[in-house]
Design a protein around this ligand. Structure first.
Ligand code: UDP
Ligand code: MG
Length: 312
């Protein structure tokens, strides 16, 4: 029988842990004729009752695995870890707070059975989220897509059902600070946008304060784009152009004996803008090297094979 794994990170989720498990078991009960299941809870260093609740659950249900971190390493690290421990044929990543309804899993499995490898949740609506969150999320995805070479779908979080083959690829990537939703898009394979309505958090409050959101956003941009580095090159060109135009302006004024400049203005300005250009272009060159080094230490493979025929 095929097995479905659920990977669920938890950070201070004592208010939702029990309910989360109950809802999951309810859903898994409806598909138990066709699928075995496994739930991987990752406790991301919560110091409240989350871990003891999870321990209680795991005691009574051998299909529940619990992995607990020594401290808080962050949502992406927790999911990354959960993926390593998941052994299912299809792996579902979801939040603990039930914003991503577990009741959708059977339907997502149908799309998986039809041959899709990544069925990612695309939010049609988002209940109970602040204007600030919606606005920053929208801005972030436009900026990210403008900068990145990989198309990263908008209105998409980490909620998704993924085939084991794709998870194996993600697990094999040595890069750190993984921006998972970007990588799941980068790997390719058959992707399916599964539209759903994102619910309100079941209880408690968000564990994603602005600081963590900014860290996630910068991981997303920096891991998927070298354009911020290349931007230095544009600044260098602007500086050289400014220097050139000021020089031309000064020469013309001098020749036409226009007495329109304080003495020394032109020489200082030309020198300053020219030197800025020199410094910025040096930075740009250093940046080019850094971006190559960066590509190498990320060590993403140069290609991913999806299928082979008659090859052992
Ligand atoms: N989470 C985590 N580590 C963190 C922050 C969050 O494991 O440092 C988990 C959290 O328990 C939840 C999921 O990540 O299961 C999403 O967090 P949350 O619902 O607070 O984020 P939001 O939905 O507000 O963006
Ligand atoms: Mg949430």
């Amino acid at each position: 029988m095929k097995k479905v794994s659920l990977v669920i990170p938890m950070y201070y989720e004592e208010e939702v842990a029990e309910e989360c498990y109950k809802r999951l078991i309810g859903v898994l009960g409806t598909i138990k004729e066709n699928y075995d299941y496994e739930i991987v809870f990752v406790n991301d260093g919560s110091k409240d009752k989350t871990l003891s609740i999870l321990e209680g659950i795991a005691k009574n249900d051998k299909n529940v695995k619990v992995v607990s971190f020594s401290r808080n390493f962050g949502h992406q690290a927790a999911v990354t870890c959960g993926l390593k421990y998941a052994t299912g044929d299809a792996i579902v990543i979801m939040d603990a707070d039930l914003q991503d309804p577990p009741e959708l899993i059977p339907d997502m499995l149908k799309y998986w059975e039809e041959g899709n490898d990544v069925i990612y949740g695309k939010r049609k609506t988002r209940e109970g989220e602040s204007f600030f969150k919606l606005f920053t999320a929208k801005t972030f995805y436009s900026v990210l897509n403008g900068l990145s070479d990989v198309e990263i779908p908008k209105d998409t979080g980490d909620f998704r059902l993924v085939d084991k083959q794709v998870v194996d690829v993600i697990n094999s990537l040595p890069e750190r600070n993984k921006f998972l939703r970007g990588l799941f898009s980068w790997v390719g394979f058959n992707q399916y946008a599964y539209e759903y309505e994102r619910k309100e958090r079941f209880a408690g409050e968000t564990k994603y304060p602005l600081k963590k959101m900014l860290k996630l956003a910068s991981d997303g941009i920096i891991n998927f784009s070298a354009k911020p580095l290349k931007f230095i090159g544009t600044l260098a060109i602007i500086s050289f152009l400014a220097s050139f135009f000021i020089l031309v302006f000064a020469i013309i004024s001098f020749c036409m004996k226009l007495d329109n400049m304080a003495p020394g203005w032109a020489s200082i300005m030309v020198t300053m803008t020219f030197l800025s250009g020199v410094i910025l272009s040096s930075l740009y060159i250093v940046g080019e090297y850094i971006s190559r080094i960066f590509d190498n230490i990320k060590a993403r493979p140069e290609y991913i094979v999806e299928r082979t025929i008659n090859v052992d």
